[in-house]
Design a protein around this ligand. Structure first.
Ligand code: ADP
Ligand code: MG
Length: 693
């Protein structure tokens, strides 16, 4: 297969635009994008027509405004290109107006109170910074989704706003270092996507997977991931065929799928793309997840994107590799070779250190969900405590700067602080730590907390905004300084002194770290229910309002949606457990105990030894009693949860009461599974799910 000939063949990308648009239209479109200006209707008409012709040649019949509502997934409503003619036929038409603006009836998307039902309609507007593409015969136009009063009803609008904020603040800093006005700054992201593949026949037999995306029951299989023989292991043919088709499909859409390998857990895999602008990376990650699910079905597989599909086995995350680049192609997080570059690098690094320390809470919130609660702080993923890993060498350099020493690998000698304080250091010394939530990996940061189902829009909106804020404060100070170098050195030294508590190079899984972090005053928001209310803390509202990323109303709506979603998810899980326990597990255990009882009676009549049957019968009867009682207990607490009026209190109730009741039920059921003859068990077990593909 010729990859370069299929790459992007389904995307209306720059190559196609250049080829198909009149020169003047192309120029105007590019200008509108770079200056963030609306496209004049005449120009939009030309673009729309070219897009339509191109799409029809590729077999498309419909178009859709593709958007990302606050549910975290994507939405689309398809319209065909047909327009009736007076003769009773149709022609294929697509106007600039249809390209630029759509009015989906969006009353069923969550708005968190932003849009009252009588004002049901929102509108979508074309985001020309992300290429249109064809998916399943439909031209998809990436769009932002707003209410009529202009509030963002989606994940993309705040992301675009945050990118604008970083751009303008970073430009102020670069200018102080002598950069030209024409340079633009964007953040870049490469999102590594982890996922599980299970056989579809097995999947279809499990209500928990169908309704919740994760297993709510399941005893440990004899083998888990302890041999570490899956990570980077040989890819099985069926999985390989899936990966090959996935790559091809993604390449056609212009998604830069690059690396694929087996992950730590059995049946777990990963796909990493080449990084790109945050906005496009976000769209492409959404597409990647969608295409993964679709292609899996073609191989009679199901792709599980849940953060924790299996208890006792590693969960899935989405490592968000993040950096800042200029339009000249300079990565601002690349420690430079010259003293000036180094000073600039250190200033950006300082901004990130300060931002992460001051806004630990919103970074934590940006990755909070019922699913990710099983991962963060459990013994595998980064802890729920936010900290930064810099590596020993960079940390030692910062330490030397703070104390006014010149950093020297062998001996530390005193120097005056100028701009020449940073020696070159080896990149490979920085990427040894896999337990850190936010790790410097040589020329970018890897934010490891996002869960595998997450839209990366949220975490990146937060990252961009906090960095914009710190750059803005630094720029204020530097622009008014009389001695630039002195002020620069002072900012860097002060930031290290005041915010070094956030730097932690040790093992994040270690229990000692929790105590140490508490001593350092770092926040430890263990669960979604604990974390979410902090979103509305005054300092956070002020931050988002300052850069027009979220208004107070928009923030409140996000909080409301998130907290409600949390309770809804736990409630669905509890209901699913009850259903499975009552209609599948208990009956299965009863059947088996009945056969044991029959065997017992027979054997007794024959005067044979009945010890095995008796012993299993007794244990199973105990377990089924436990199951029965925990069903009642779980029913009681879910009913009580429904009665809690306040959303926050209800989420806390689910967290504190319902989840432990679910765990108790699972405990008895899993114990019963290990005692019940296999042919009685009503659904495929862990061993089958994890090892049969
Ligand atoms: P490592 O193996 O050290 O994590 P890789 O080069 O494999 O590093 O990168 C992992 C991910 O980080 C990839 O998705 C890659 O595209 C992305 N990445 C690399 N450089 C950058 C950058 N400057 N900005 C954002 N993401 C990046
Ligand atoms: Mg990585």
């Amino acid at each position: 297969m010729n990859v370069s000939s299929i790459f992007g063949c389904m995307a209306f990308n720059d190559v196609v635009m250049r080829e198909r648009l009149p020169k003047s239209t192309y120029r105007e479109l590019k200008r509108a994008i770079s200056e963030n200006q609306p496209l004049p209707l005449e120009v939009a008409n030309v673009v729309a027509n070219a897009m339509k012709d191109w799409a029809i040649e590729k077999g498309a019949t419909h178009f859709t405004h593709w958007f990302q509502p606050m549910t975290g997934i994507t939405a689309e409503k398809h319209d065909s290109f047909i327009t009736p003619t007076p003769e009773g036929g149709v022609i294929m038409e697509f106007s600039g107006k249809e390209l630029i603006k759509g009015e989906p009836d969006a009353s069923s998307f969550p708005s968190g109170g932003l849009r009252s039902t009588f004002e049901a309609r929102g509108y979508t507007s074309w985001d020309p910074t992300s290429y249109a593409f064809i998916k399943d015969g439909t031209l998809c136009i990436p769009t932002a989704f707003c209410s009529y009063t202009g509030e963002a009803l989606d994940k993309k609008t705040p992301l675009l706003r945050s990118m604008r904020a970083v751009n303008s603040q970073a430009k102020r800093i670069l200018k102080l270092f002598g950069s030209s006005d024409s340079v633009e700054v964007t953040t870049t992201v490469g999102a590594e996507q982890e996922y599980f593949l299970v056989d579809k026949d097995d999947f279809d037999k499990r209500e928990d997977l169908i309704y919740t995306g994760r297993t709510l029951f399941g005893a440990k299989p004899p083998k888990g991931q302890e041999l570490e023989d899956h990570y980077f292991g040989t890819i099985k043919p069926r999985v390989g065929a899936f990966m090959k088709e996935l790559d091809e499909e993604l390449w056609k859409l212009g998604v830069l799928a690059k690396t694929k390998h087996n992950e730590v857990a059995p049946a777990q895999h990963e796909l990493a793309p080449v990084f790109t602008t945050t906005n496009i990376a976000t769209d492409h990650n959404q597409l990647t997840m969608e295409v993964m699910r679709k292609i899996a079905k073609r191989h009679n597989l199901v792709c599980l994107l849940h953060e924790k599909p299996f208890a006792g086995i590693n969960g899935s995350g989405k490592h968000n590799n993040w950096s800042i680049s200029t339009s000249d192609g300079v990565n601002l997080l690349n420690p430079g070779k010259s003293p000036e570059d180094n000073a600039q690098f250190l200033l950006f690094l300082a901004a990130i250190i300060k931002g992460v320390d001051e806004y630990q809470d919103i970074l934590r919130i940006s990755v909070a969900s019922a699913g990710n609660d099983h991962r963060l702080g459990a013994n595998e993923a980064p802890p729920a405590i936010v900290s930064i890993f810099l590596g020993d060498e960079l940390t030692a350099i910062l330490d030397a700067i703070e104390k006014g020493y010149k950093y020297d690998k062998r001996k530390k000698s005193i120097m005056r602080i100028g701009v020449d304080f940073m020696p070159p250091f080896a990149k490979d010394t920085t990427d040894r730590n896999r337990t850190s939530p936010f790790a410097f990996t040589g020329n970018k940061f890897e934010f490891r907390m996002p869960g595998s189902t997450f839209s990366i829009a949220g975490p990146n909106t937060v990252l961009n905004t906090i960095v914009a804020e710190e750059l803005s404060c630094f720029a204020d100070e530097l622009e008014s300084a009389t001695d630039f170098n002195a002020a620069l050195a002072e900012i860097i030294r002060r930031t290290i002194r005041e915010h070094k508590r956030i730097i932690f190079n040790g093992n994040g899984y270690d229990a000692a770290w929790i105590a140490e972090a508490e001593k350092r005053g770092l926040s430890n928001l263990k669960s979604t229910a604990d974390a979410l209310p902090r979103l509305l803390d005054e300092k956070n509202v002020r931050l988002f309002e300052k850069f027009n990323v979220y208004s107070l109303g928009e923030l409140k709506s996000r909080y409301e949606i998130l907290i409600e979603t949390y309770s809804k998810i736990v409630n669905i899980e509890a209901n699913t457990m009850l259903d499975m326990a009552k209609r599948q597990i208990l009956p299965a255990v009863c059947d088996y105990t009945k056969s044991l009882a029959e065997s017992l009676t027979l054997k007794k009549a024959l005067g044979t030894d009945t010890e095995p049957e008796e012993s299993i019968y007794k244990s199973l009867t105990e377990k089924s009693k436990g199951i029965f009682e925990s069903i009642n207990a779980l029913e009681k607490v879910t009913e009580e949860a429904h009665a809690v009026k306040d959303e926050q209190k209800r989420a806390e109730y689910y967290h504190e009461k319902v989840i432990p009741a679910m765990d108790a039920l699972r405990g008895y059921a899993d114990a019963a599974e290990t005692l019940t003859a296999e042919k009685y068990w009503p659904f495929p077990n862990y061993g089958k799910l994890l090892f049969s593909v």
